[in-house]
Design a protein around this ligand. Structure first.
Ligand code: NAD
Length: 412
């Protein structure tokens, strides 16, 4: 996969859904001087979305970052609507409605009938199959994923997801639009979670296993924050909301391989209504009005109970082990992603991690870090984890090949 040739950003863009993501995307488009039509399914949701955008702009004005006039201009570029029919003259539409294939099917079928034949249809889905979505239309070459990160008006990273039928011209337009918006677009292929979220899964998995094996939430986060991450995985989960990944786990539970180790810690927290900062409790406790995580003995007891039920003997865990287990989980998955061609090169994966996941820039990204450590050493650790923890740590064939050939991820 090569970065596509530049196209021309469309002057008028549609956004479907004015929730967390749609509102941020609409602001980002308006900030870049583009005309936006923002479509919601009902007046109440539209009103809520509009108020949030107003509030966010007003906060920038209050901080002296934006003039009142610029705020009015930007809001003036966003035309709210309750009808998809208003997207008839949009050159590109970004769908940011609920993460549900039936909802995407309904919207893409309608957009295909309403939008001009040359218009491009993009989905901001986090995990759903872009090829399946493209199949709801008669224009699969002009369908792709544009996966923004939250808050979309702040975060620069954008995963541009190429479906199997997406044309180079379509990618060119998406890249041009991304650049016009001041985003940092990275081309990725279709798989569950694309690059960033797919790599987060094994990383989070190891963080939860380490809790059961003897570490506390503060220790796991502390070790990774000292390593340089902006925020450890458990604080991050509390901030994002534990209910989101819980819903995903419940949805995918029927297909989860039963023979593989599974930590129930996060499920148990959710069963107690601990969804993170928004409920005042998650992996930590939060005082009213504060975002500072406070260690909670109830969580320690819950973790100990989970470990006991699974016959896991708890013991002291070093910072070094915490970093190795979580970082090498990222590296092993990153190697698979490279091998499958989901990412075109190691630096694309590293850019995604530094710009979307708070990975320390001075370490260059997970794959660069692995090259710095030395791939033979990384592989040796992964083999040890494999011997001790089993199948989930099967070394990626690409990593084995690179070590055999004396090469690094950056020689590919
Ligand atoms: P949200 O629930 O905050 O907003 C979704 C909005 O879509 C709601 O306001 C809803 O009323 C509206 N909607 C639903 N059906 C609609 C329809 N048929 N027509 C018009 N509007 C409709 O959700 P969100 O967090 O903004 O997520 C939106 C999409 O972005 C999802 O696919 C999600 O997976 C993806 N995403 C979310 C994040 C995140 O951090 N929240 C990050 C990246 C991608």
């Amino acid at each position: 996969m090569r970065t596509p040739a530049p196209g021309e950003a469309p002057a008028r863009v549609g956004v479907v859904g004015a929730g967390t993501m749609g509102g941020g995307i609409a602001m980002s488009l308006a900030n870049a001087g583009l005309e936006v039509v923002l479509v919601e399914r009902d007046a109440q949701a539209l009103e809520r979305g509009w108020k949030t955008m107003q509030h966010n702009y007003a906060a920038s004005v209050a901080k002296g970052r934006l003039s009142e006039e610029a705020m009015r201009e930007r809001l003036g570029r966003i035309r709210p609507s309750l009808s998809l029919e208003d997207l008839g003259d949009a050159g590109l539409v970004i769908e940011a409605a609920f993460e549900d294939m039936a909802v995407k099917r309904d919207i893409f079928t309608k957009l295909d009938a309403i939008c001009a034949p040359h218009a491009i249809l993009a989905s901001n889905t986090s995990r759903l199959d872009i090829d399946e979505i493209a199949g709801f239309t008669a224009r699969p070459a002009r369908v792709l994923g544009m996966h923004f990160f939250s808050p979309a008006n702040v975060m620069r990273l954008l995963e541009v997801v190429r479906g199997k039928a997406t044309s180079p011209e379509t990618l060119g337009v998406a890249f041009a639009l991304a650049r016009r918006m001041g985003k940092l677009p990275v081309l990725v292929g279709v798989c569950d979670g694309f690059v960033g979220n797919r790599m987060v899964s094994p990383y989070t998995r190891e963080a939860h296993f380490l809790l059961e094996e003897g570490a506390s939430p503060r220790q796991v986060d502390g070790a990774l924050e000292r390593f340089g991450l902006a925020m450890g995985p458990l604080r991050m989960a509390d901030m994002a909301g534990l209910d989101i990944s819980w819903a995903f786990r419940k949805r995918t539970a029927p297909t989860r391989p039963r023979h593989l180790r599974y930590s129930r810690v996060a499920d148990r927290l959710c069963e107690q209504g601990r969804f993170g900062q928004k409920t005042g409790a998650g992996f930590y406790r939060y005082e009213a009005g504060s975002r500072a995580p406070v260690p909670d003995p109830e969580v320690d007891a819950l973790i100990e109970a989970c470990a006991r039920e699974d016959g896991i003997e708890r013991q002291a865990i070093s910072d070094e082990t915490i970093v190795a287990r979580t970082m090498y989980a990222l590296v092993n998955e990153g190697a698979r992603i490279l091998e499958e061609g989901i990412a075109s090169c190691a630096s694309d994966i590293d850019v995604i991690y530094v710009h979307g996941y708070g990975f320390p820039a001075f370490r260059g990204g997970p794959l660069f870090y692995a090259c710095e450590v030395g791939l033979p050493e990384v592989l040796a650790s992964i083999r040890q984890f494999h011997a001790r923890h089993g199948e989930l740590w099967e070394p990626a064939p690409l990593l084995e090949r690179l070590v055999r050939e004396g090469k690094t991820f950056y020689d590919l």
